[in-house]
Design a protein. Structure first.
Lengths: 402, 86
């Protein structure tokens, strides 16, 4: 028997739609959805994740109470946007099939890539829709090519159809309200969360560093992210010679991959310090945790950052964070209290931030202590899931009213 | 945000992207260099050069089906492609 929200009590049945979910991890969205889904289940909600297939991952599985449906697009197309519409069609079919057995209370879609399926399902099921805008095409790439205009239009459509829009920072709220012309009360800020427990274990830092070619006397500066222009990694690379002048023992490790990698490796070659810089590509999660815990500084040199979860991960791992003063980063990296803020697109400033941390180990320890307190107090998934559940409940109840 | 012209997306990346979009993501959906050449409109010798580099970097995998060499994306290849859109 299918129950209404009121009959079901506080616990809701949530259809969560995302194009990336572990092990399909591209950026922060996969981890965000996993962390949120786990915490929602722990709080008694029923969570069904609809996502795309990935080699080696089953079509359906249950993980700690989360039901995960991985859908294969049976038809492909060389055009990117056509491919997106095709996989949306197959996801929507899967959701419609599942809805014969599950009476969802709320639909929650993450970013525009799976919005067409979610909007279709909203009208089919007559259930409220929440749209989390993790970033915008306008901010990511600018609107310089026809595909970007189409994506921008899909993002606008998603915010228009959504009963509530969630963003992860105040900076994103300003961007989304301004660019899409949304009223203030339609957009809710619910920050990203983090599973700080992932960083609790002990690691043999010496062994980890040795594996990456870092000698005991050397200082290593870590940067983690998709290798795409908005992450600002070329400005960090331009900072390498400046840092090296002050810190001859400095080495740099860049973790991640992306379409911009060839260009970044070319920039690294022009610095005259290529031997100090290692590009690792993607590395397994366990290794990333160990590497982060073993770093002397974590640098987040972004030029566009709606939230910046990698900085929060550094703070949870107990490594001093140097981040650029952009977007959501400024909302939890408090300059000289929980980390160090520098100017974006400014290698001199980034180099200053790195040197500031390396030159003051006592101060760096204090920053780390403060940062951990902030992470535990404000950014636990439990706290984030409670805030998200409140948004669900509010729109689900509004629907129930005659 | 001021606009700085970006370098073009490398051509071998376009091969990866096309393989993702048309579904060449598992051994049974692998495609031959000739098929990829048709899809991408890049000539066969150039496609083969790109595939060799992509294979060396772990982004595509080679399988032999009925005596024909075919290629599909690896997990790392899929994740690399998706950075373009995320």
């Amino acid at each position: 028997m299918l129950l209404s929200v009121e009959e079901a009590g506080d616990d809701l049945r949530v259809a969560m739609i995302t194009w990336e979910y572990p092990p399909r991890i591209v950026g922060g969205i996969a981890r965000h959805c996993e962390g949120l889904a786990k915490a929602l289940v722990n709080q008694g909600h029923e969570v069904h994740v609809f996502t795309l297939d990935f080699p080696g991952a089953p079509d359906y599985e249950e993980q700690g109470g989360i039901r995960i449906y991985r859908t294969r697009s049976e038809v492909g197309h060389p055009n990117f946007l056509t491919w997106v519409l095709l996989f949306n069609h197959y996801i929507e079919k899967r959701m419609a099939d599942t809805s014969r057995l599950v009476n969802f209370d709320v639909i929650h879609v993450h970013d525009w890539l799976t919005a067409p399926a979610s909007i279709g399902f909203k009208h089919f099921s007559k259930k409220p829709l929440v749209f989390t805008a993790h970033s915008t095409e306008h901010g990511r790439s600018g609107l310089h090519i026809p595909d970007s205009f189409t994506i921008d239009g899909l993002e606008w459509w998603s915010t228009y159809e959504a009963n509530k829009v969630i963003v992860t920072s105040g900076s994103m709220k300003g961007e989304v309200c301004g660019h899409f012309g949304l009223s203030d009360n339609k957009v809710e800020i619910v920050p990203n969360g983090i599973d700080a427990g992932r960083y609790d274990g002990q690691v043999d830092k010496g062994a980890v560093r040795a594996r990456y070619g870092i000698q005991p006397h050397e200082r290593f500066i870590l940067c983690v992210g998709r290798l795409v222009p908005q992450k600002g990694i070329e400005y960090l690379l331009h900072a390498v010679p400046i840092v090296a002048r002050r810190r001859p023992e400095a080495k740099f490790i860049i973790v991640g991959d992306g379409w911009y990698r060839d260009h970044l490796e070319w920039v690294a070659n022009t610095t005259g310090h290529r031997w100090r810089i290692t590009f690792t590509g993607f590395i397994p999660d366990w290794d990333l945790v160990a590497l982060t815990k073993s770093a002397d500084v974590l640098v987040v040199p972004s030029i566009y950052e709606p939230f910046g979860i990698v900085a929060l991960e550094g703070m949870a791992a107990g490594v001093p964070v140097v981040a650029t003063q952009v977007g959501g980063l400024t909302e939890f990296v408090e300059h000289d209290r929980t980390g160090v803020l520098t100017y974006s697109r400014n290698p001199e400033s980034i180099a200053w931030g790195i040197d500031h941390v390396l030159s003051n180990p006592g101060h760096a320890e204090w920053l780390v202590k403060n940062a951990r307190e902030v992470v535990q107090k404000t950014y636990s998934w439990e706290a984030i899931a409670k805030r998200t559940g409140k948004v669900y409940k509010e729109i689900a109840e509004r629907r129930e009213q005659p | 945000m001021s606009y700085t012209p970006l370098p073009p997306v490398p051509e071998e990346f376009k091969v990866l992207s096309m393989m993702n979009n048309i579904g060449a993501v598992s051994p049974e959906r692998s495609l031959s260099p000739d098929e990829l050449s048709q899809w991408t409109e890049i000539d066969s010798p150039t496609i083969i050069t790109h595939l060799q580099k992509l294979r060396e970097n772990g982004y595509v995998e080679l399988v032999e089906i009925s005596g024909t060499q075919k290629f599909h994306l690896t997990r790392a290849g899929i994740m690399k492609v998706l950075t373009l859109y995320s």
